[in-house]
Design a protein around this ligand. Structure first.
Ligand code: IFM
Length: 459
């Protein structure tokens, strides 16, 4: 008997990455600039001045990376498509070389017996669209649907699983209110408009994917499990605000066809006085999905906090609406995130309770941990903490399935160490180490553990 958690027959194990974090080749084959090129090239915004210019050079080394996936034994690989490779300016002509790259990648995966799962938007908005207002304006949602149709026409016959957006919370709130992600804006209404237009873009993209006849369509949300720092009424209210800002803003319109009934308490006149919502939008956003992608890393312990800034526009910024505190008594990862796997079970069980039959089957589209890996002289990494993290979270996931949540798949984040956004290359999430000086890939102990875990599922 092994100590590996066991999953139901047909459960899919995978690994995930994203375009800007691994591809590099930022100036090749007609790719246009994205908001992350602009952001990372702005001095002082990303640790060490790191950029995605080269990253893991996956654009050129994808056959080696697919070979790693094949050896790992995964059934599916989740990658994202860089919009500025396909429509370099966000609007206007399509770049055939960009489509060719993803077509080659998809063929390589299929030849290795791995099902491709494509994310259409993992944050690399064409800079040309940001210059026209970015997600603050409805036009971006419309351009997103056009781009989706172009990609689906080329790859829809070979890619069975499609994800419209990855973690729109980060795009809207980290990007347009906290300013810690591209485009680095610090706005109130702009962020709420961005959230709404991301939802509209999702709805339009679902329609485009349905028109193309693809097999499975979903969206990936980074849902958070919030815990009050104390039992005080103020901290419990802060949890409601955090829940609204992180989760309900997406799950309510997408799964229930309504806006959160807590939104007025959370945003006041910024939401009630808005003009970006149109009649018919909720129907558009509330289209049936084949699956919900959930990314889960950690619980968030929430305490009430006074506004640190009086500017009402900042009322939207999550860091200005409550304080996130450490979780006593548990290990924290290199990101400072508490490790509490039971909250993973809790999140999924709560979600099922909240939405019942309106919750489609779930795929865990990301889960993993950044650790301060130390490489031995031969480059090997004995990442015991990451192995424990994965084992405990997979065990917690199994518990959620036992409790009645229909979870069909799990993708580890990430296949490779990569560009961790504002943290640059300092934070390593990979189960494969990347030696950035040589681009050598070295599977860590966690890779070998995950490989054995997948193999142990075979009857
Ligand atoms: O690296 C990110 C990824 O791009 C989106 N989800 C969270 C990961 C770890 O922070």
């Amino acid at each position: 008997m092994s100590d590996f958690p066991r999953f139901p027959p047909g459960f899919v194990f995978g690994a995930a990455t994203a375009s800007y974090q691994i591809e590099g080749a930022a100036y090749e084959d007609g790719r246009g600039p994205s908001i992350w090129d602009t952001y990372s090239h702005t001095p002082g915004l990303v640790a060490n001045g790191d950029t995605g210019d080269v990253a893991c050079d996956h654009y050129h080394r994808y056959p080696e990376d697919v070979a790693l996936l094949k050896d790992l034994g995964v059934g599916s690989y989740r990658f994202s498509i860089a919009w500025p490779r396909i429509v370099p300016d966000g609007t206007g002509p399509v770049n055939p070389k960009g489509l060719d790259f993803y077509s080659r990648l998809v063929d390589e995966l299929l030849a290795a017996g791995i099902e491709p799962a494509a994310t259409l938007y993992h944050w690399d908005l064409p800079q040309g669209l940001e210059d026209r207002g970015g997600w603050r304006v409805r036009e971006t949602a419309e351009r997103f649907a056009e781009y989706t149709a172009v990609v689906a026409a080329r790859l829809g016959d070979r890619v069975p699983r499609w994800i419209t957006l990855n973690e729109p919370w980060c795009s809207a709130f980290l990007g347009y209110s906290v300013g810690r992600h591209a485009p680095g804006a610090r706005e109130g209404r702009g962020a709420l408009a961005a959230a709404h237009h991301l939802l509209v873009g999702h709805g339009l993209a679902v329609q485009a994917l349905r028109d193309a006849g693809v097999r499975e369509v979903g969206i990936t949300l980074n849902l958070d499990h919030h815990l009050p720092a104390t039992g005080s009424a103020a901290d419990r209210d802060a949890v409601v605000r955090a829940d609204t800002l992180h989760n309900l803003v997406w799950t309510e319109p997408i799964l229930a066809g309504r806006y959160p009934d807590t939104e007025e308490d959370t945003w006041g006149e910024l939401i009630t006085g808005q003009d970006f919502r149109r009649d018919g939008d909720l129907e558009l956003i509330h289209r049936p999905l084949d699956f919900l992608g959930v990314n889960y890393y950690r619980p968030i312990v929430v305490a009430d906090a006074p506004y640190r800034e009086s500017d009402p526009a900042r009322r939207v910024a999550t860091d200005n609406r409550y304080a996130e505190t450490a979780m006593p008594g548990v290990r924290h990862t290199a990101m400072g995130w508490p490790v509490a796997p039971e909250t993973f079970t809790g999140l999924l069980v709560d979600l099922k309770e909240q939405y019942g039959d309106a919750l489609p089957p779930v795929h865990i589209t990301e889960n993993g941990s950044a650790e301060d890996d130390e490489a031995g002289p031969d480059g090997t990494v004995h990442d015991t903490d990451r192995v424990s993290y994965l084992r405990d979270h997979l065990t917690a996931l199994r518990a959620a399935i036992d409790a009645g949540v229909d979870v069909r798949g799990y993708y580890v984040w990430s296949l490779l160490d990569n560009f961790e956004w504002a943290f640059g290359y300092d934070k390593r999430f990979g189960i494969v180490r990347v030696d950035y000086a040589t681009q050598r890939r070295i599977p860590k102990d966690s890779y070998h553990w995950y490989r054995r875990m997948i193999a142990a599922q075979r009857p």
